[in-house]
Design a protein around this ligand. Structure first.
Ligand SMILES: Cc1ncc(COP(=O)(O)O)c(C=O)c1O
Length: 432
């Protein structure tokens, strides 16, 4: 799809424009084998284009939104799809659980994650995906699981609960923000004959560090270790290819970088790993309809990752997620990543110049568009309040790993001017 096709249709409202764009995009993506490529000729510095992307979001301009790592804002096209589907289904009171909707939305998710639609289950969030994996793995007392100290609580509590309940042993490493190789070495040093699983973030919530998930996958494979990746902070921000990573499972949230309705998530489970996870919950949609309650008690799970879904869900939420993913695919994940990465690099450079301590990695291959930093004259909570009160900014404090720092997340609706404003605010705080 050409750059000029995006917005230059004069006389149309943005909503209509995006609806049209979605239609064009759907056709383009049905045929493409390079789903991340998206719109051609879109450059990082095409500010007019990115300003029009910003216009597609009802997100208020009264404050600067810098917390996509917590929650992504939805584009109007996604909110409209959600509302329309609620209206459509409520008119006749139906769930809207149709094979067509499921496969349409999961096909888009497959393009974004790099897998087949039937390797994806809908969840409510990353936490649910991580919990399904943690609780479904057949682990015994004394079995060891490796994770990092920079994980989000959503990928910690279930493991700790199993440690308490089942006697598994959770072992941690603290990610080095200096080099990918150091992290491989730290993980390798924890592996013993009892190591059964590895559970780490693709992009950490604490510092936005992109962990070397492919090399970690090779290490896991070499030792026959089950490999789960928490992808809450990656899909939508940067290109993801779960097959290339080599993980058994990957969980993400629809409501962060994918910009979908709140309360949506995706869980990828590699086809050949399906039978290694016992679903925690079962019911409608998770079993294939053949069971014997009288004599054998036998039943069969659905043959796809749908076995991890159960009962009634809100179909409009997932329809909205489909529209958000299409929006991202139309722009092109590669284009979004180049833009996001450039914004992140700009912030790092400016913070260094100001003499702030950048806690995130500085290497261009390891930093993302989540940037965490500190000021030595001010605790992070105070800095956060200062930026909120005087600069109307939404950021997040980072207490994970005892970092005590402030996190700024930059996504496609943020601009270089907003990064400048962050720097202005930090410079003012530094003088206090
Ligand atoms: C790395 C990571 N994992 C898991 C989560 C939990 O996400 P959710 O609340 O959508 O389950 C987050 C949320 O910020 C996160 O950053």
């Amino acid at each position: 799809m050409l750059r000029r096709d995006f917005f230059k249709r004069t006389g149309q409202s943005l909503a209509a424009l995006w609806a049209l764009q979605t239609t064009i995009g759907r056709r383009a993506n049905a045929a493409t084998t390079q789903p991340h490529a998206g719109g051609a000729n879109i450059t990082v510095h095409d500010d007019a284009f990115w300003a029009q992307v910003r216009d597609a979001f009802p997100l208020t301009r009264k404050s600067t939104y810098l917390n996509t790592g917590g929650l992504g804002a939805s584009p109007k096209v996604s909110i409209d799809e959600l509302k329309n589907k609620i209206d459509e289904f409520e008119e006749v009171s139906k769930t809207g659980h149709t094979h067509q909707l499921w496969s349409e939305v999961k096909n888009k998710a497959g393009l974004i994650l790099g897998c087949d639609a039937d390797e994806i289950a809908y969840t409510r969030n990353t936490t649910e995906g991580a919990s399904i994996i943690c609780n479904g793995l057949r682990l015994q007392r004394g079995d060891e699981v490796i994770t990092s100290t920079h994980e989000h609580v959503g990928n910690i509590v279930s493991w700790l609960a199993r440690q308490k309940r089942d006697g598994i042993v959770v072992k941690t490493f603290t990610p080095s923000t200096r080099s990918a190789q150091e992290n491989i070495e730290r993980i390798a040093a924890l592996i013993t004959p009892k190591t059964r699983a590895l559970s780490i973030s693709h992009v950490t919530c604490a510092t936005g560090q992109i962990l070397p998930v492919k090399t970690i996958g090779e290490l896991a494979a070499a030792h026959g270790i089950w490999y789960f990746v928490d992808g809450a902070q990656a899909p939508g921000m940067l290109p993801v290819d779960v097959r290339d990573i080599g993980c058994h499972a990957y969980a993400t949230s629809g409501h962060k970088w994918l910009l979908g309705p709140k309360g949506t998530g995706l869980l990828y489970v590699r086809r050949d790993a399906l039978n290694t996870i016992d679903p925690t919950y079962g019911g409608g949609y998770s079993a294939n309809g053949h069971w014997d309650m009288i004599s054998s008690g036998q039943f069969e799970w659905t043959s796809t990752a749908q076995r991890f879904e159960y009962g009634t869900v809100s179909a409009p939420l997932f329809a909205g997620l489909g529209a958000s993913m299409q929006f991202l695919l139309d722009i092109g994940i590669d284009n979004i990543w180049r833009r996001n990465h450039a914004l992140g690099a700009m912030l790092i450079k400016g913070l260094n110049e100001l003499g702030a301590e950048v806690v995130s990695p500085q290497d261009k291959n390891e930093h993302s568009s989540i940037i965490t930093f500190r000021l030595h004259n001010m605790p992070y909570g105070e800095l956060q309040r200062f930026l909120t009160q005087h600069y109307q900014m939404r950021t997040r404090g980072i207490y994970e790993g005892g970092l005590d720092a402030l996190r700024v997340s930059l996504h496609l609706y943020n601009s270089p001017a907003e990064v400048e404003r962050v720097l202005e605010g930090v410079a003012a705080a530094k003088k206090l």
